[in-house]
Structures are given as structure tokens and as C-alpha cells.
Design a protein around this ligand. Structure first.
Ligand code: HEC
Ligand code: HEC
Length: 309
């Protein structure tokens, strides 16, 4: 039996409204000024990818054994809220990697969490923090990835119903941005490295709630209850004198990160990517130290840093 024309119209209208509400608006692709285009270099991108953000901790072919290896992806992250997310192939293979992506599309994926085709990336990919990576650094990263040797390796995603529903209902990409790199040497530059070009904050800040959102009121206070794939607790890096780095000198900080050994002599777990971070320049590590020392001290007895001598 045919529904009357009026009723049919209403049904069609309702379907259109739902479809429109669910359609994910594409975040506009970033447009870079000529100054940014000439400032961005693959060499700077390599420094960020390999030494600061350590993208290979997730995207390397075998992160457990070779963080610095080819970025051909495949490592699985399982969580009922997202299903199985697999680190993508970041090499420029045309079919299985990012070979057909423009630099602007790569930057949008890193900062806004949106794939070339507009789909939202699983938040395992830390776009929450990379959102404020600067225009020149993000473009440098894209150029470095495009300069890699292509590796053919198909990586598929298996999102759970919960993640599909979340994407339909409330999860959205991060808004469009244009970000300048803070001046070198300023405390703000250390903060930028520790939170947006690097992932110190992502690991060293407690998370809470159903979506495991970082608690930005307790930035760098350490993680007493890390996800189950963390072999150790990321420690308190605020200047609390008892549980943080309040009694650490700048030399203590540099020595710990360069040697991978606590002041007590105890070795740091390689999950803390000190083998990569130790290649950062003295100036950059100092900038991070100065920034961390400028934070409000937060006591965290459940994830204390090593004691200074
Ligand atoms: C904590 C793990 C993790 C880190 C660190 C990480 N990523 Fe990802 N990334 C992922 C996962 C997982 C995906 C796949 C998500 C999906 O498809 O839903 C992804 C997806 C991407 C994509 C989209 C590619 C595609 O084909 O869809 C790009 C581009 C990307 N990451 C770049 C980077 C860069 C560059 C860095 C370092 C600056 C980085 N990622 C650091 C986990 C990570
Ligand atoms: C992938 C997660 C992760 C990232 C990214 C990360 N850390 Fe860590 N960090 C850890 C964990 C876990 C520990 C504790 C290691 C252990 O107990 O062996 C740690 C320990 C440390 C320590 C030693 C503190 C102590 O207790 O003695 C310092 C210092 C440190 N991290 C600084 C940094 C800085 C600076 C960055 C960014 C440049 C950074 N971390 C990025 C996970 C991380």
C-alpha cells in the first residue's frame, strides 16, 4: 500500500534532516603563507617526528623493537570504546600509505583528526595535543613523511559500534587553526615542545572519564592509573618538591633524559621514549625543563618522580 503523498514527504524530510545532522563537516584544509612554505623543511620534520613527537612509538613497523624503523604502521590498539585502531602506514606508498595525500591533508589529519576522505581518526592518534602544532612544524612533518621511502603495507581499521555511534552523535574533528611557533628560548617554547610538538603531556597528564580525557587542570601531574598497555606509570613532572621535579637541577633533568637512568641509577623503561628524546638539542631540553619548573606544583604520591640526591 502506498503512503499518502504528504506522509511520504514528511518521511523523506526526516531522513534528510538526520542525514544532514550526521554528515561530518570537512574541516577546511589549512592554507599556508609563502613565509611558512619557505620556512618548513623535511629536516625540521624529521627532528620532530623522530626525536620530539616520536611518531614511531606507534607508527613504526615494530615499535617494541625498532621505534626508529620505517613508519609503515600496523600496530594495534584495542579498546571497547574504539574497537581496534591500527597505526596507519605513514610512508608515501600511493595505494596503502599517504602517497596520494597533499601536504595540507596530512597536516589536517595530524591537527584536526580528519582523514583525507573526511572520516574521523580514532583518538588514539593524539590530535588532542597535536591540534596546536605550528603551521611551519606541521608542514615540515608532512614534507618529511613525503620524503620517506614508500613501503607497501595495507592497514585496515576495525571500529567498534560504540566508536561508530560516537562519531555519528558527538565526536567531531578539532576546529581549523593557524598556529605560530613561539619564539625560541621563551618558556612558551618549552611548553609548546612538551605539549604540541611532543607528547610529554599526553603521557604525563592524568586522564579521566568515559572518554579518557586528559585532566588539563592537573597538567604533568603524572598518571596513577595509566591504560593497561603502559608498562610503567608516567611520573609527576610538576615542580612539587616531594613527588615532582622540584628538587631537580637542570643538569639532573638533562642527565636523566640523556642516559635513560634515574638519579638513583635505576633504568627508565624504554616505553618512556628516552632513546629518541635524548637526541633533542640542549636548548630544547632546557626549554622543557624551564617550562615544567614554571608550572604549579602538584603532589602525586601514586606516581612520584625519582628523588634528587
Ligand atoms: C599513540 C599512538 C600514536 C602516535 C604517537 C601518533 N599516531 Fe598517528 N595515528 C595513530 C593511529 C592508531 C592512527 C589510525 C587512526 C584511525 O585510522 O582511526 C593514526 C593515524 C594517523 C594519520 C592518518 C593516516 C591515514 O592513512 O588515515 C596520520 C597522517 C598520522 N597518524 C600521523 C602521525 C604523525 C605525523 C605522528 C607524530 C607527529 C603521529 N601520527 C603520532 C596513532 C598514533
Ligand atoms: C609514551 C609515553 C611517554 C612519553 C611520550 C613521555 N614520557 Fe616521560 N615517562 C613515561 C613513563 C612511563 C615514565 C616512567 C618510566 C619508568 O618508571 O621506568 C616516564 C619517566 C620520565 C622521566 C623520569 C622521571 C622520574 O621519575 O625519575 C622524565 C624526566 C620524563 N619522563 C620526561 C619526559 C619528557 C620531557 C617527555 C617529552 C619530551 C616525556 N617524558 C615523554 C612515559 C612517557
Amino acid at each position: 500500500m502506498q503512503a499518502p503523498a504528504g506522509m511520504r514527504f514528511h518521511r523523506i524530510a526526516a531522513v534528510c534532516v538526520v542525514a544532514l545532522a550526521c554528515r561530518h563537516a570537512q574541516v577546511p584544509l589549512p592554507a599556508f603563507s609563502p613565509a611558512i612554505v619557505s620556512a618548513a623543511t623535511a629536516a625540521r620534520g624529521e627532528y620532530i617526528v623522530r626525536n620530539v613527537a616520536v611518531c614511531g612509538g606507534c607508527h613504526a613497523a615494530d615499535p617494541k623493537h625498532d621505534v626508529d624503523g620505517p613508519l609503515s604502521g600496523g600496530t594495534e590498539f584495542r579498546d571497547w570504546r574504539i574497537g581496534i585502531a591500527r597505526a596507519s602506514n605513514l610512508t608515501p606508498d600511493a595505494e596503502t600509505g599517504i602517497g596520494s595525500w597533499s601536504d595540507a591533508e596530512i597536516v589536517r589529519a595530524i591537527r584536526n583528526g580528519q582523514r583525507k576522505d573526511g572520516r574521523l581518526l580514532a583518538p588514539v592518534m593524539p590530535y588532542e595535543w597535536f591540534h596546536e602544532m605550528s603551521d611551519d612544524d606541521a608542514l615540515s612533518v608532512a614534507r618529511y613523511l613525503k620524503s620517506l621511502a614508500p613501503v607497501r603495507h595495507e592497514v585496515t581499521q576495525s571500529p567498534s559500534i560504540a566508536f561508530k555511534l560516537g562519531k555519528l552523535l558527538f565526536l567531531r574533528p578539532k576546529p581549523a587553526v593557524s598556529v605560530a611557533t613561539p619564539p625560541r628560548g621563551a618558556t612558551a617554547y618549552g611548553g609548546y615542545l612538551a605539549q604540541h610538538a611532543g607528547l610529554c603531556a599526553d603521557c604525563h597528564t592524568p586522564r579521566s572519564g568515559l572518554q579518557s580525557k586528559p585532566d588539563k587542570n592537573r597538567l604533568f601531574a603524572g598518571m596513577a592509573h595509566p591504560p593497561k598497555d603502559f608498562p610503567k606509570r608516567p611520573t609527576d613532572l610538576t615542580p612539587d618538591p616531594d613527588t615532582g621535579i622540584g628538587r631537580w637541577s637542570e643538569a639532573d633533568f638533562l642527565q636523566t633524559l640523556r642516559s635513560g637512568k634515574r638519579l638513583s641509577g635505576e633504568e627508565l623503561d624504554p616505553f618512556m621514549p628516552w632513546r629518541q628524546i635524548r637526541r633533542m638539542s640542549d636548548d630544547d631540553l632546557r626549554a622543557i625543563y624551564v617550562y615544567l619548573r614554571s608550572l604549579p606544583p602538584i603532589r602525586n604520591d601514586e606516581a612520584p618522580a625519582a628523588r634528587a640526591k
